[in-house]
Design a protein around this ligand. Sequence first.
Ligand SMILES: [Zn+2]
Length: 542
Amino acid sequence: MPKSLYSLFFISVLIFSCQDSPDEDHSNYNSISTYIPFKLTTDLDALSQNEKNILPHLFAAADIMNDLFWVQAYGDKKSLLASIANPKLREFAKINYGPWDRLNDNAPFLDNVELKPLGSNFYPPDMTKEEFEELGLLDEKGLYSMVRRDEAGKLYTIPYHELFRDQLEEASGHLLEAAEICEDQELKKYLELKSKALLTDNYTESDIAWINMRNNTLDIIIGPTEHYEDALYNYRTAYEAYILVKDKAWSQKLEKYIELLPQLQTELPVADEYKQETPNTDAAQLNAYDVIFYAGDCNSGSKTIAVNLPNDEEIQIKYGTRRSQLKNAMKAKFDHILLPISDILIEKNQRQHITFNAFFSNTMFHEVAHGLGIKETINGKGSVREALGETFSALEEGKADVLGLHMITQLKEKELIAEGELMDYYVTFLAGIFRSVRFGASSAHGKANMLRFNYFKDQNAFTRNNNGTYAVNFDEMKKAIKGLSAQILKLQGDGDKAMVQEMMTSNGIIKETLQRDLDRLSEANIPVDIVFEQGLDILGID
Ligand SMILES: [Zn+2]
């Protein structure tokens, strides 16, 4: 974007950064992350009148996910917000759904706030792992329950649909109202089933209806979905919602890659025993969307730009997954964060390789890569997820990034990808690492990026120039991408948690030189992420 327009955005960013704080006593205020505002809109002409009529019901249902996620992430939203006098800090608490800076390793940004519990508010803050595991509660690994103490201090689990009954009945009612007037039969059925699922915590039928929807332009993802917020165990899922409008032209472009999935699985750079599972390609889908509303988990801290759902592995095997690329949110991050980062950290004569197409493709193949490899260990340790426990997420994200890039390399060499040159994907990827490590070690994506940065550095995949810019070394980069992919696929297949932990400890960290370079980005006031201005009014619907 033109420089003048950029500085306009920059003014609003200052809302969340350090200048002129009236609350001198907030010692951490100077280091809180900066967000750049972005309006969520789309071409409304893509929607029929009926779809436009449905929107207010979907927005009402989605908005309730904000309140539920507040409880899961922190607790009492109202009293926290009421206790913050400074309006800027109050806004910042809303972005973070609590008093911890998600993009700064969850550092507390208010006085008298304890460190964030690993298990967020899913578990009592004073609970230890030993206490929990000894007890062997019936729903110990439950995806849809919270852990609480009774009056005697004894731990018990309570299902979401009981704990949140009032709010869920309301959300469910809005979905039903949407279903009643919905003309698209597939979407209608999905909305009915999801309306029911919110009240029972049984999501199987609604997940199947969702993955089988093919022709709808309008979509909503709503309910407890991802497990990252439970960093203690990665068991419990967090409420969120996305309202989406399909970009049909882009989605068609993506369809062609689906046909290549089986071939990609057989060509994984790892021994045969690690690639025995077959991804279900009949039902695998790649679509591009504009997001018009984010709520809850996906709206907290760094904003998701690609989603791979459903998470239910039995459904994945039977029906496949849908990988949704959130195009308008991606373009916002590319323009307002990635390009300015590149201007500072990428060697001048490689900057021409930073392209939105490469950024979009790298993210797309990240999602494809999640569907490849294996889900069961090869040595009887059960599923990879179980065997790797709390280290699973960071490693799986790391796999997706680097394996995605390996696939692009292969497809490009076979001339199955027309756009750009391979170097575009590599340089854009390197710039993307700088963007993502800024999310800090508290995020699975952040940790995965640090690991990879250090691995690439060891392999000489890039050079850091004396002037503080970085340049990709093409051949070494290509080799390192393949090498790291192979290493991760093997660790997963072996379910080798001890080794993963060792890797995370030694390499999942930001070292000194990189930290100094990241500080230069902060000094240049480059935002870490975006915050959405969203709603029916922003969309232009009354
Ligand atoms: Zn991912």
